[in-house]
Design a protein around this ligand. Sequence first.
Ligand code: FAD
Ligand code: SF4
Length: 499
Amino acid sequence: MSIGVWVLGDQLWRQQAALQSCPEPVPVILIESHDWVKQRRYHAQKLVLVWSAMRHFAQELEAAGWPVTYAIAPDFATPLRQWIEAHHIHELRIMQPSDRPFRHLIATLDLPCTIKFLPNNHFLWSEADFQQWAAGRKTLVLEYFYRAGRQRFQILMDGKSPVGGKWNYDAENRQPPPTHLKPPSPLRFSADQITKDVIKTVTQGNFATYGHIEPFYWGVTRAQALQVLTHFIEYRLPQFGPYQDAMVVGEETLWHSLLSPYLNLGLLHPQEVIDAALAAYAERQLPLNSVEGFIRQILGWREYMYGLYHYLGADYCQQNFFQHTQPVPAFFWWSDRTQMNCLHHVLSQIERTGYAHHIQRLMILANFALIAGLSPQAVENWFHSVFIDAYDWVMQTNVLGMGLFADGGRLASKPYAASANYIQRMSNYCQGCAYDPKQRVGDRACPFNFFYWHFLARHREVLSHQGRMSVILKNLDKLSATETAAIQQQVQRWYAENL
Ligand code: FAD
Ligand code: SF4
């Protein structure tokens, strides 16, 4: 009788809790289930990334002396049962999955051994820690959680005060892009034989995929993920802050880290990412606005989204505060079907890479979905299908809560709704667009404008109860009745032509 470990596809770290709980190597299994990924469409590069990283990790474990079984099968249960029997496993150890659907799946497997879950150690705050922080609080806003994290882990702290005297430097970090911005090129990798084999599996398999499978530039090992981290700290972190919210045609990553795919697979741990940023801050005197801005993403937003996902529970995904029901337009899947320059650029970038940076996700994609009244559940499903770093735990609160305000404000103090004005200020997308960012109605009116005003008008009553919306709603009163009617007509025409 022996112990065995099942390593899930997003737990690819030697120190993950289930492996760590075994002082000596024990039988380990990793499973590529093809039926599991047929439940929805995925970006072709996401399948390549996950399966190639799993195959590489299996090799690394084997080289370190662990008896590894790598199964490729329709389902999980069949190879698991065979392996349990062959190795006389009496106790199967699994690190607690991050995603709820996977927990449900394991609960239905009916395996001939006991299952022991080890608490997930891929995050700095455990689920229990978060529950304790959240219990009894009137508000769950990020800022308080982030400050608690800074204090708890003593990160960028000077005793009880934040280093530099301020908790955040957003005011310095929201600069519009100047012309001739020259960010460093991202680090790219060529596909090795394992990745090429996976590309073949995905291309020849009967999978409903989205996007281009090649060129595939992502790292697939911990060693490569560490190289991306080092490259980021050296070349991108110093300027991370100022243009964090900017969007520029042809500069798809700017100074963003591109670390989410690796963090979410377990190839990197948040603590080592934070430590690397802190070390560079201490040794090279990097600007505090950039270092703090970056650390807030990892220590703040990432941990917060994970904690909230488990705290808010299984019903959260059904929320639809505004009762929005429109379907996702076809051009969300095929970028060449829209003449909206901003959406066209962001969508075609996602088709090619599976990546968009935060403001592209929030202020172009989610903003459009929100003001155009698309169904939150359809939009979340779309986000899950097209992004390389998408997982249930990170999608729900980001898309439904932050992006679409579908939870009525559990985490955002007001909806992130914006007209073309914001996009024109923070990007150069509007230059050369078929639409005019200044027009609200008419043939060349920018859809972000008529949808924005239509959104405010039709939800005026509920929005008036959201404290930070009152100034914005006052602008609505400045619209004439004729213009309001014209906006209404324009919206209906757009729906008829696009949905
Ligand atoms: P950087 O800008 O360099 O930030 C550094 C790291 O901080 C990221 O790698 C990520 O790990 C973390 N981070 C920053 N913001 C968040 C956040 N809001 N939630 C969680 N982690 C955060 N992130 C995902 O990992 N997967 C998703 O599927 C995803 N979907 C999103 C959908 C919407 C509508 C929004 C608004 C945000 C979404 N995010 C998602 C969060 C964020 O946009 C991405 O983590 C980030 O853009 C990844 O690029 P980067 O690694 O270059 O990030
Ligand atoms: Fe986007 Fe409107 Fe600007 Fe065109 S004019 S790029 S649609 S915001």
